[in-house]
Design a protein around this ligand. Structure first.
Ligand code: SF4
Length: 373
């Protein structure tokens, strides 16, 4: 085993003994693993979708979207044949929409070039467009039992703390972690209870997600406490500084007979963030000066907290807000509220429209009757 570097540990140093480590980890995992909808399947497509959704996204948010997405696109072929608009609509609310576009493109490539079948090894999976190292290892081990280590953020944290090595983010540090993780993965495909490598990888990620937490690890509940060099005396990665930004949007509704429509803006296709998705039209701070919003909420995107305020015209004669967003613009579109769920909305737009009962509620409740044009 590589000589350990980093700060001196307050605990007696203990070499990680792979067989003992795996036994302790798996015995804990079998009795403590959370029942998640993607656990217990060996369908590579379902595993692929879950792993892509889980990247930088809360488990609760993935649970909300996972089954619905698979009902809509139950196979690689169904996903490949779908329009990007529909894929983004099903992804709406999960954020990081580039993942959905890449998943869609990779499905099209697999159908075109590989008769719709995912390769079985991490090395072959790595040759596919849009599937990174982490996802390859997860599919190869969880779906096909390949003895390859999955190293995500949770596993990195667990290994750094176990070994007492300081986090540095360098290539040498990444290679150290990969080597450590690889040394712990079982070599056998099956262990009599199931998929040894896949279960081990899931157990490592589960340990990081539920016990070896980023800020306050629950060391007294940790199955590998005895083998850990730091036992909570780790150096925490400094918290990323959260920025705050105000943001204002227009809620404009109109009636067409019995149908209610809402004005939405399509984001430009060349934007780096959420290109081509629909949102409520943004308003400048000048346009909303001395007005009262109908809704205030906080919306976090990576390290920015947006303090969002939603404004609606005060009545049919209130033209000022509408002048700030001239409805004749090409990127603006009136959308029937009944069609909102099939549109690729930004997560914030979905949150606001739900909060104001404009979406998924029939009949639609308006904020104020006189606010309808
Ligand atoms: S003992 Fe604590 S710091 Fe060490 S691996 Fe377990 S939870 Fe993490």
């Amino acid at each position: 085993m590589e000589k350990l570097e980093g700060w001196a540990s307050p605990q007696p140093a203990t070499e990680l003994e792979p067989a003992l480590f795996r036994r302790k980890l798996m015995s804990w995992y079998r009795s403590h693993a959370r029942a998640l909808p993607w656990r217990g399947t060996s369908d590579p497509y379902r595993i692929w979708v879950s792993e892509v959704m889980l990247q930088q996204t809360r488990v609760a948010a993935v649970i909300e979207h996972y089954e619905g997405f698979l009902r809509r696109f139950p196979t690689i072929l169904a996903l490949a044949l779908a329009g990007e608009h529909d894929v983004l609509a099903a992804w709406s609310g999960l954020g990081y929409y580039r993942r959905a576009r890449l998943l869609h493109k990779a499905a099209q490539f697999i159908v075109k070039e590989r008769r719709g079948v995912l390769p079985r090894t991490a090395a072959e999976l790595r040759t596919l467009p849009g599937i990174g190292e982490y996802t390859c290892a997860a599919i190869a081990s969880i779906a096909f039992g390949e003895s390859v280590a999955v190293v995500d953020g949770n596993v990195e944290r667990v290994l750094l703390r176990l070994t007492g090595r300081a986090a540095s983010g360098t290539a040498a540090s990444r290679s150290f972690l990969q080597q450590q993780a690889g040394a712990l993965v079982p070599r056998r495909r099956l262990d009599g209870r199931g998929n040894a490598a896949g279960d081990h990888n899931q157990a490592m990620m589960e340990l990081g997600a539920t016990i070896c937490l980023p800020r306050a690890p629950l060391c007294l509940h940790c199955p590998v406490f005895a083998m850990c060099r730091t036992r909570g005396e780790h150096i925490a990665t400094p918290r990323t500084v959260q920025r705050s930004r105000p943001a204002a949007y227009l809620l404009s509704l109109r009636k067409r007979g019995t149908v209610t429509e809402v004005l939405l803006e399509k984001r430009a296709e060349d934007l780096s963030l959420m290109p081509g998705m629909y949102e409520l039209p943004p308003l400048s701070q000048d346009a909303v000066e001395s007005r009262e919003p109908i809704l205030r909420l906080r919306h976090a995107i990576t390290n920015t907290n947006y303090y969002v305020q939603i404004y609606a015209p005060r009545g049919p004669r209130d033209r000022a807000l509408r002048r700030a967003v001239p409805a004749a613009r090409e990127d603006l579109r009136w959308v029937r509220t009944g069609r909102l769920s099939s549109l690729p909305l930004t997560g914030l737009a979905r949150k606001v429209l739900r909060r104001l009962d404009v979406m998924d509620v029939s009949p639609v409740r308006m904020p104020e009757p006189e606010e309808i044009e």
